[in-house]
Design a binder for this molecule. Sequence first.
Ligand SMILES: [Ca+2]
Length: 99
Amino acid sequence: MIGMFDSDNDGAINFTEFEALWKYINDWTQCFRSFDLDSSGNIDKGELQNALTKFGYRLSDQFYNLLMMKFDRTHTNRINFDDFIQLCVVLQTLTAAFR
Ligand SMILES: [Ca+2]
């Protein structure tokens, strides 16, 4: 992840790059919190459906089950913060591929 933000490729994060990294993480944290309606610190299937519907995705119940199965790595029917970021990135990549 650090590599993504080392824009001058000197192997280190300078202040400007750190600011970009900080903003990126902050944006994701805020996004995650707004999804986590019951403030449990993770996203359940209902919260995921609610959030992705707001994003304009129309997905079948089966697809949500698939997403939960794939990204719920703790097998608690809930998605943690880092898995949630991964889910969004995968979904964005898929959406871009089908456009
Ligand atoms: Ca929650």
